[in-house]
Design a protein around this ligand. Sequence first.
Ligand code: FAD
Length: 849
Amino acid sequence: MKKIVIIGGVAAGASCAARLRRLDETAQIILLERGEYISYANCGLPYHVGDVIKSRDALLVTKSEMMRHRFHIDVRTKNEVTSINRDQKTVTVTNLKDHTAYEESYDTLVIATGSSPLRPKIPGIESDKIMTLWTVPDADKIRDMIHNQGAKSAVVVGGGFIGLEMAENLHHAGLKVSIAEAMDQVMAPLDPEMAVLLHNTIRENGIDLNLSDGVASFEEKNDQVQVKLNSGKVLTADLVLLSIGVRPNSQLAKDAGLSLSEQGGIIVDEHMRTSDSSIYAAGDVTVIKDVVSGKPIMIPLAGPANKQGRIVADNIAGLDAVYEGTQGSSVAQVFDLTAASTGSNEKTLIRRGMVRGKDYESILITQNSHAGYYPGAMPLFLKLLFTPDGKKIFGAQIVGTDGVDKRIDTIGVTLRLGGGIKELKNLELAYAPPYSLAKDPVNMAGFVGENLVNGLVRFADYKEPDTDKEAVLLDVREEAELLGYEIPGAVNIPLGQLRNRLNELDSQKHYIVFCAIGVRAYNAARILAQNGFEQVKIYPAGVRFYRQLHPESETFSGKKPADELNAKQNNGVSAQTPDAKSVMSNTRINSQKLNIDCSGLQCPGPIMEVFNTMKTMKEGDELEVTASDPGFAKDIISWCRRTGNTLVSNEKQGTSYVAVIRKGTQAGKEIPNPASNCFSAPSDLNGTLVQDTPQGKTIIVFDGDMDKVLASFVIANGALAMGRPVTMFFTFWGLTALRKSEKVPVKKSFVEKMFGMMLPRGAKKLKLSKMNMAGMGTAMMKKIMNDKNIDSLEALMKKAMDNGVKIIACSMSMDVMGIRKEELIDGVEVGGVGTYLGDAEESNVNLFI
Ligand code: FAD
């Protein structure tokens, strides 16, 4: 009869013991566990803290008595192994109940001691208000703090999956929660741009998220803990939950002379056998093979631990079982979102010295969880990494609300079975509207990946619009969509107009094309590519993704309030007319309420649906819109503001966003404040109601005299300093201030050339309107300005442009005067009078200089 001793009775140890009994009825199996419980659901502990899992008993998956009676296993809880004596093939055990020690012999030993949470030597860490969550008693202690000791606030140190689950559950339990994370992102298995989606959700749910700010010290004060961060910021809370990683419980193995890796994990072969053939190891304590890189890796996850326990049992029972390695597939819930990953992320590939475009490719798409026309479809963001030839998948990450887990597993399986882009494309996945799409997001990733491999598309890096200042951002959404959200500095040509407006673009330039999610951008990129534009890239996952990464750009830029739209929407009655109120009250009597469900609507999105429906409505009618895209809740605020309609309410209901819009406005129009963070908490979506007074300043610069242009830029910079959006419209002689100082070779007619020669070339060449005195007066003025430390005109212009003044060069005047866009300084937008008038309507000061 074989005698098998297993150290550690939870995931790996318990599954090893149960499997072994099923394979060998005669073996003597002893399970030694230092804790009070075996086989408990540590993964469920955070949810018990948050009372989502109410029953503590439910966490105790298999109780000791059951293991004893059903499996005939000698379970000894509160028995800690203190040494492994390989020569004698014994272990020394301390019975923690009576503190007696004894020796237990073995034929085969299994080490399944798991890992323990790190508790680094940070000053003040010994406080008993600083806790970790690893066992059932840990959960009991935290619950006691909440329910019996009145804890009202918590700091979670570490933004890994346990830290985030705890933050959410502590929040759920009613505590005010802060997170302190030393890295610049949470959830390390994700790449930074994917983690941003979680950052937004965490903050929107009212958690104070501190990134790139590790803990310097702890101090107990007035029955609370003060957590001092490296930045100097101090977070004060009733309890601290430390969740900054784990270390393997491998001291026993080390003392026994077993081979360990540098990180301290027990080295095992493919049969999970250690350097001693009588000893196996399984679970968090081992180092295993990363199936993507083939390198050793430590991944503390329940799935691998359970499987390894079973494989160890098979091998002990004489079966030839092999553990092939792990790819680290993981999934976690973060408030409404689910974040999942499999295989390697991009950070890891870069760390391995790989270069994008050469050694790997990356795509990022946004898709619906199921058919958009079926209620409840929610967007998900999917990032896929693969070899440039598409034959191998390195990894994938998905963040979304619904259907994330099955997609990550589908890709994970494909990766594991050696599939690539072609396999993702060809996979036949079950489809019906409530569950999926005829082209599942996984298939879609395959299609897009194939286009990339075949050179049909190129994707910009998500940071490229910020880092490549030469790139032209081309937004091919409809104008009505821009009323909801605009990409700062982007040129807008709706896809349907692109073919006819190619002459407005310069084929030599580098374009980054945007649409809502990337589909129209792909079509636009194909049009451009086939018309001689060689440097065209698509922005990954479109505006929907861009705005998640640029929450600071969620401000109202004051562009184009679509006069035509207003006129149509208001049935010819301007929303701003003095008697709007009476129109409203009359129409309210017969007003009707319509509903549209835009859930899952991707392209062009709910805003277009609202736009089209509002055209059919009467003043005072109300429209209730349900959408699944979180961006909609923000879009609709700007959209109503800019189109003169009233946002009656804007709420999050479950996972949907529901807005009620009344056509037209009442006197003293009330609108939610777009500056307020409409996601700070679900109920805050209603926003603060404020007066909508236009704050913009518009300046028409008609003259090209130095003093006048100077004055206009002084005013512009002043308005900017007050936080007001400024638009400067340069027309006729004013255009000369925008010319480059050097000659630019462009094709011109004879008359245009003459004009060009006579007109001053740029700000430096402008003269005073009075007392120029053959240039002497101008030179004197420049000297005085210099002496008095007043910025030169060029410096003022640069300052204004750097700080976001919108400079429009009048296209009609340019045409008349033969000035080409290439001759103008960078950052100038060429536009018609309509563009200027749009901004003027959003302004309360309009100057003509
Ligand atoms: P463990 O399950 O930790 O078991 C090791 C046991 O060995 C412990 O009970 C310990 O007391 C005992 N032991 C150690 N030393 C001795 C000794 N000298 N003598 C006797 N006994 C000893 N993974 C996921 O994949 N998904 C999740 O959602 C997830 N959520 C988690 C949430 C929490 C709060 C925690 C703590 C973990 C979570 N994990 C999750 C990780 C997962 O639980 C672990 O990877 C898994 O339990 C590891 O199994 P193991 O058997 O190696 O170690």
